[in-house]
Design a protein. Structure first.
Length: 536
């Protein structure tokens, strides 16, 4: 565990612009919920600055004058401070903004700027954005809003002083589906998108937020407050079932995970969990493989075996049996799935589209499974380039990362093999074992059997992943290594022992996990807001 690893920008004030690219969104409600949640999550001083809307006047803009700030900014019952600034002239000639932002920076830990771009983009919106540490661009699921997003991003790129990071936030009303807008936004912005689902309609003030609204707002506030908790799930084939045990312990102790990244088997487990299944339900799904012939239902032989022995479509269908045809935007929390581009050998992170397609690509072990083609690109197992996607979470702004590495080390494997040999010497062989030794049908007919071609290939891949996963694990705050010492990668008939291994390691490190999750970002650098002097 690395509790001393500094949280990014922990000791600095953050200025965040909440820009609403559509007048149809309830901007005031959204901004107030973000401010309230940010106060609750960080216990730090927060001010919400409402940028007044420009009037649709037909005359010349009056000369800009510095706004008269109150001597003391009032605090709301929700815990954050609130300030409304700007007139029509001030918004068109925003020379006063740098001084105001600098003053607020000195007084508050978090400065949230609420700005509505209903007259397209005022100079004040651009000035606030370029002076912010981060900008969140809220838009609806309409082509017009995506066009406005593209236009704003182009103008920001052309702005001489623009270096702000921006992130689109797609707002969906209750019952509204993503309908491909997540992929469209990703193409326009090149950024992973956030969601606020269950968003009330502005024209219906009495409408209550939907079921997912508070959770999505809370996740957004935790991102602003640098306290997102992420879970990185490694590859590992059957050993990856230990992820279920870790998840069960987290759920039982009320530990919320905001973001999940998974590679290969970790992607499969992460997809089921993020679809809304809990740890107990996931264990029941895993135990469906306990019967003698259940594993063979996943083997759909490729004929001829030119690119692989198995097509992998049976695995995809089994996943769809658990999660349906869900898209990333319909998951209860963000999920990042890692695969390897076979042409370029680079890591690819799936964030949009159908989840089962991405998982199919992530579990396509090269040489064993036929590579998966999506949108003209060919992919194989994500564990080839990134068996433990801690780095993916860091790149997505996750500050607190718990990693589960289910790939056993050589020392642990050697220990297990030695123990097996000692037990074999003490144990009398059964008649079945004697027959198997005399007539080794399994060795001749089952390519998955130990020592045969597919087993050799899989074990070689896992051998290459050992050092890589240990290196990647250094980027996590806490690394959980379930005590799995054998190298039988196809032992899906024994899910309970892997799940129990995950439970044991999570329970052993539970105090450290709680300390990491509960660490306060506001305590070490709290700024007490006092009286504000007038900006002269």
């Amino acid at each position: 565990m690395n509790l001393e690893r500094p949280i990014s920008k922990l000791e600095t004030t953050r200025v965040i612009t909440l820009a609403f690219l559509s007048a149809r969104l309830p901007s005031a409600l959204l901004a107030e919920h973000v401010a309230r949640s940010l106060c609750a999550e960080t216990d730090a001083s927060v001010v919400l600055v409402r940028l007044a809307r420009p009037f649709n006047g037909n005359g010349a803009n009056p000369p800009a004058a510095p706004p008269a700030l109150p001597s003391e900014i009032p605090r709301t019952d929700a815990g954050y401070h609130f300030l409304s600034v700007g007139s029509s002239g001030e918004l068109q000639q925003p020379d006063w903004i740098p001084a105001v932002v600098e003053k607020l920076r000195r007084e508050f830990r978090y400065v949230l700027i609420e700005a509505v771009a209903d007259d397209l983009f005022t100079p004040a919106l651009f000035e606030f954005l370029v002076r912010s540490d981060m900008g969140y661009l809220f838009l609806g699921a309409t082509s017009e809003d995506v066009y406005h997003l593209d236009l704003l991003l182009r103008e920001l790129r052309d702005h001489p002083d623009s270096g702000v990071d921006v992130k689109p936030v797609l707002c969906l009303h209750e019952g509204q589906i993503v309908n491909g807008f997540d992929a469209l936004i990703e193409r326009v912005s090149g950024q992973a998108r956030c969601f606020v689902r269950g968003c009330p309609r502005r024209e219906n003030p009495s409408e209550r937020p939907g079921n997912w609204f508070r959770g999505d707002i809370r996740r957004l506030a935790r991102e602003i407050g640098s306290c997102l908790v992420g879970l990185a799930l490694s590859s590992g084939a059957a050993k990856g079932l230990s992820h279920i045990g870790v998840i069960q312990v987290l759920e039982e102790n009320g530990i919320d995970v905001d973001v999940v990244a998974g590679s290969s088997m970790g992607a499969y487990i992460g997809a089921i969990w993020n679809s809304g299944r809990n740890g107990k339900e996931m264990e029941e799904i895993a135990r469906e493989m306990e019967s003698r012939w259940a594993f063979w239902s996943l083997i759909d032989v490729a004929v001829p075996p030119r690119q692989g022995f198995v097509r992998g479509l049976a695995v995809k269908r089994r996943l769809q049996k658990s999660i349906g045809r869900l898209h990333f935007g319909e998951l209860i929390r963000p999920l990042y799935i890692v695969a390897t581009n076979l042409a370029t050998l680079e890591r690819v992170t799936f964030k949009s589209g159908e989840v089962a397609d991405a998982v199919h690509a992530s579990v396509a072990v090269p040489g064993v499974c036929v590579p998966v083609t999506l949108a003209g690109e060919t992919y194989v197992d994500g564990g080839i380039v990134d068996p433990l996607p801690v780095d993916v979470l860091r790149e997505e702004g996750v500050d607190r990362v718990i990693a589960v590495n289910a790939i056993p080390t050589p020392d642990r494997i050697k220990y297990c093999l030695q123990a097996e040999r000692e037990l074999a010497q003490l144990k009398k062989r059964s008649a079945r074992e004697i027959v198997r030794k005399l007539i080794p049908v399994d060795e001749h007919l089952n390519y998955f059997a130990r020592g045969n071609i597919l087993d050799i290939l899989m074990r070689s891949i896992h051998g290459a992943q050992i050092c890589m996963s240990e290196t990647l694990a250094r980027g996590a705050d806490i690394v959980l290594r379930p005590r799995i010492c054998d190298d039988r990668w196809l032992d899906f008939r024994s899910p309970r022992r892997f799940i129990e291994a995950g439970r044991q390691i999570a329970e052993r490190h539970l105090p450290e996990i709680k300390a990491l999750v509960e660490r306060n970002t506001g305590a070490s650098h709290e700024l007490a807001p006092g009286k504000l002097a007038r900006i002269a």
